[in-house]
Design a protein around this ligand. Structure first.
Ligand code: F6R
Length: 622
C-alpha cells in the first residue's frame, strides 16, 4: 500500500524512479509524484536556487509520465511515490512528495501518522503553513524544525539527525524517505511499513517492495522497525532512532526481474493464473516423501504438542485458511477455525501454548495479520506463517514459516498465492495427520498421490479458458451473482465471489449451498447467475437437489463439475469442467475456472483487471 522508490548514484534518477514506480503501482494508484536533485557540483552551482525538481499528478502513473514528458529532470538523486489515499482526496496537492515551503526538503511516506492532528495544530501555531490535507505533511515540518534548530545552534545541519528527532514526536506507522537539496543523501526510516534497500556499485536504491529493485540488483537489506538508513552513492549506514549504528545483513533475492514481468500476457492476473501449475510444483517440491505416504516439512514445531489450531489472515488468504481449517479438522482431527485478522487481534482470543496460531499471507506485510500474529504471541501461542514473500515482516516474527514459493504476485487480485496456500495447508494437514496417527497408510498414500497429480490437473483445467469465456459472455450483464459451495468448497465459493466483485465490480455473495433455502433463495430469478461448486463429494446429491431448487425458480446455474460427471450437466445450463481429484484436494482445481470467470467477465466489462478501483495490494494500514 503506497509504493516508495528512492535512488542515489550515477544514473538519471528520474528514469530509475519512474521505472520503479511502474513496478510498484499495484501498491496504490490514485496519484503519484517524484522529486529529483542534481548531484553535479557545476550544474548545481549554475542553478539559481538549489531547489528540488518536483512533479506530482492525480491519477495513475500514466498521468505523471505525461507530465514529465514536458520537462527534463536532471540529477542522480531522487525519490518517488504512488499513493493509496488515507488522509485527503487523491489530487495533485495531496500527492507525495510533500515539500517544505522553500522547496528544499521533500518527504514521501507510506503509513498513517496517528497523532497528526495535534502535531499539525502545534506546528501551525508555530508558523508552519500547511498546503495539503495529508497526515504526511507534518513530517515535512517536523524535519524542517529540527533541521533549522541545528542550523540556528551554529552546527552544520545533519539531515539524518533531523529525521530521527522528528520521528521522536510521531505515533503511528511509517516507511518514509527524506531528501534535501543541500545533501547528497537519502534518509529513510521504517516503523511497521516495509522498506528495503537495494545495493549497487556506486549507487544505492530504496523501495517498499523487492520487484522495484529486480532490474538493478538482487542484493538487499531489509530495514526493521526503528531503523533509520542513510543512503549515499558509495555507502549505506543504518542506525536506530538513538543514532547508534545497527548491523543489518545483506540478503540475496531469489526472484529474477523476469518473474515480475507480464511475460507476454495481457495482464499480470492472467499470467499469475497460468503460473499455478508451476507454483504448485514449487509449493509441493521436496516436501512429498519418497515413501509415498508422508510429508516432510522443515518446521521446528512438534506436531504432538498442538491441541488446537487458530488460523488468522485477511481476504483471500483467510479463505485459504478456511480450507486449511477444514483439512486439519478432517484429516488430522485437530480442532481448527479461522478468525479474520482484523477481528482476531481485538477479540480477546483464547489461545495458549498448546494452540498453534497459523497466519497466512502472500505479502507477509498485511498489518492486520502482522498484528494478529503479535497478539497470538503475546498470549503464548506457538506461531506458524504460511507465506509467499521472504524477508517480509511476518517471516521475521513467526516461530516457523512454510513458504509457498509462488514468486512475485503483482496482480492486485490474488490468484496463484491462493492455490499455493491451499497446497501448503494440504501438506500441513497430512503432516499433522501422520504424526497424530489419524491418517492410515492407504489414506495418506492417496493424498500424497493426489498432491503429486495437482500441477497437471490444474494445467488441464487452464486449457478450458474458451469454455469459461463463453459463460462469461452469458453472464456479463448480470448485476449480481450468488456463489454456492459446501464443506471444503464453501471457501471456493467465497473466493470465486470475491474475485468477481473486486475486479468486475459486479456484486456477488457466497453461501453454504445448504443455507440457500434459508434466505438467499428469495433473490433467485432468471437474471441472477448462481455459480455452484458441484465436484465429487459425499454431499453431491444434496447439492444437486439445491440446483434443482434454483432451476425451479428460473435461476441460471453455472456449475463447476468433474470432467467425467454426467449428473450435474443434466441439471445446470452451464458446466465448467475440472479434473477429478480427492474431495480434500478439490478446492485447488475447482477455484481455477472461477478465477478465469472473474477475469473474463471483468475484461468484457472493460475493467482495469490488474488495478481495480479503490484497492491496493499489501494492505499496510488498519
Ligand atoms: C483479494 C486479495 C486480498 C488479500 C488480502 C491479504 O484478491 O488479494 O483480499 O488476499 O489483502 O493479503 P496478504 O495475503 O498479502 O496478507
Amino acid at each position: 500500500m503506497c509504493g516508495i522508490v528512492g535512488y542515489v548514484g550515477g544514473r538519471e534518477a528520474a528514469g530509475v524512479i519512474l521505472d520503479g514506480l511502474s513496478r510498484l503501482e499495484y501498491r496504490g494508484y490514485d496519484s503519484a509524484g517524484l522529486v529529483v536533485s542534481d548531484l553535479d557540483p557545476s550544474r548545481r552551482a549554475a542553478r539559481s536556487a538549489h531547489a528540488l525538481q518536483v512533479v506530482k499528478r492525480a491519477g495513475k502513473l500514466a498521468a505523471l509520465r505525461a507530465a514529465m514528458a514536458e520537462t527534463t529532470f536532471v540529477g542522480g538523486l531522487g525519490l518517488g511515490h504512488t499513493r493509496w489515499a488515507t488522509h485527503g482526496r487523491p489530487n495533485d496537492v495531496n500527492a507525495h512528495p510533500h515539500l517544505s515551503e522553500d522547496g528544499r526538503l521533500a518527504v514521501i511516506h507510506n503509513g498513517i501518522i496517528e497523532n497528526y492532528v495535534e502535531l499539525r495544530e502545534r506546528l501551525a501555531a508555530a508558523g508552519h503553513t500547511f498546503l495539503s490535507e495529508t497526515d504526511t505533511e507534518v513530517l515535512v515540518h517536523l524535519v524542517e524544525e529540527s533541521y533549522a534548530a541545528q542550523a540556528a545552534a551554529g552546527a552544520e545541519p545533519d539531515l539524518a539527525r533531523a529525521v530521527r528527532e522528528a520521528l521522536g514526536h510521531v505515533d503511528g506507522a511509517y516507511a518514509l524517505v527524506v531528501a534535501h537539496a543541500d545533501h547528497e543523501v537519502l534518509v529513510a526510516a521504517r516503523h511497521t511499513s516495509p522498506l528495503v534497500i537495494g545495493l549497487g556499485q556506486g549507487e544505492n536504491y530504496l523501495a517498499s517492495d523487492v520487484p522495484a529493485l529486480l532490474p538493478y540488483t538482487r542484493e538487499v537489506i531489509y530495514l526493521l522497525d526503528g531503523d533509520v538508513a542513510e543512503l549515499r552513492r558509495d555507502r549505506v549506514r543504518v542506525t536506530g532512532l538513538d543514532g547508534a549504528q545497527r548491523a543489518r545483513p545483506v540478503d540475496t533475492v531469489e526472484w529474477d526481474a523476469e518473474a515480475a514481468e507480464k511475460g507476454g500476457y495481457e495482464h499480470y492476473m492472467l499470467k499469475e493464473i497460468y503460473e499455478q501449475p508451476t507454483v504448485l510444483q514449487n509449493t509441493l517440491g521436496g516436501r512429498l516423501a519418497r515413501s509415498g505416504t508422508d510429508v516432510e516439512l522443515d518446521l521446528g514445531l512438534d506436531p504432538r504438542s498442538v491441541e488446537r489450531v487458530v488460523i488468522t489472515a485477511a481476504g483471500t488468504a483467510a479463505y485459504a485458511g478456511e480450507v486449511g481449517a477444514a483439512l486439519l479438522t478432517r484429516l488430522a482431527r485437530l480442532p481448527a477455525h479461522v478468525e479474520v485478522a482484523s477481528e482476531f487481534r481485538y477479540g480477546e482470543p483464547v489461545v495458549d501454548e498448546r494452540t498453534l496460531c497459523v497466519v497466512v499471507s502472500q505479502s507477509g506485510e498485511t498489518i492486520d495479520t502482522l498484528e494478529a500474529l503479535r497478539e497470538a504471541k503475546r498470549r503464548g501461542a506457538r506461531t506458524l506463517a504460511v507465506l509467499n514473500v521472504k524477508g517480509s515482516s511476518i517471516s521475521r516474527e513467526a516461530d516457523d514459516v512454510l513458504y509457498i514459493h509462488a514468486g512475485p504476485e503483482i496482480g492486485v487480485a490474488s490468484t496463484k498465492a491462493y492455490t499455493g496456500m491451499l497446497a501448503a495447508f494440504a501438506l500441513l494437514a497430512v503432516w499433522f495427520g501422520r504424526a497424530r496417527g489419524t491418517l492410515a497408510d492407504d489414506e495418506a498414500a492417496a493424498l500424497v498421490h493426489g498432491l503429486r497429480e495437482l500441477p497437471n490437473q490444474v494445467a488441464s483445467a487452464l486449457k478450458r479458458r474458451d469454455e469459461v469465456a463463453a459463460v462469461a459472455e452469458a453472464i456479463k450483464g448480470a448485476r449480481s451473482a450468488l456463489y454456492l459451495g459446501r464443506g471444503v468448497n464453501l471457501p471456493t465459493a467465497l473466493e470465486g465471489a470475491l474475485k468477481l466483485k473486486e475486479i468486475s465490480y459486479v456484486h456477488a455473495e457466497a453461501y453454504p449451498t445448504g443455507e440457500m433455502k434459508h434466505g438467499p433463495i428469495a433473490l433467485i430469478d432468471a437474471a441472477m447467475p448462481v455459480v455452484v461448486v458441484a465436484t465429487a463429494s459425499t454431499l453431491l446429491d444434496k447439492t444437486l437437489s439445491n440446483v434443482q431448487e434454483v432451476r425451479a425458480r428460473d435461476g441460471l446455474v453455472v456449475a463447476v463439475a468433474d470432467e467425467d460427471d454426467a449428473r450435474v450437466a443434466a441439471v445446470a445450463q452451464h458446466v465448467l469442467r475440472v479434473p477429478r481429484t480427492l474431495e480434500a484436494l478439490s478446492p485447488i482445481v475447482a477455484v481455477v475456472p472461477l478465477q478465469l470467470l472473474a477475469y473474463e467477465v471483468a475484461n468484457r466489462l472493460g475493467r482495469d483487471v490488474d488495478q481495480p478501483r479503490n484497492l491496493a495490494k499489501s494492505v499496510t494500514v488498519e
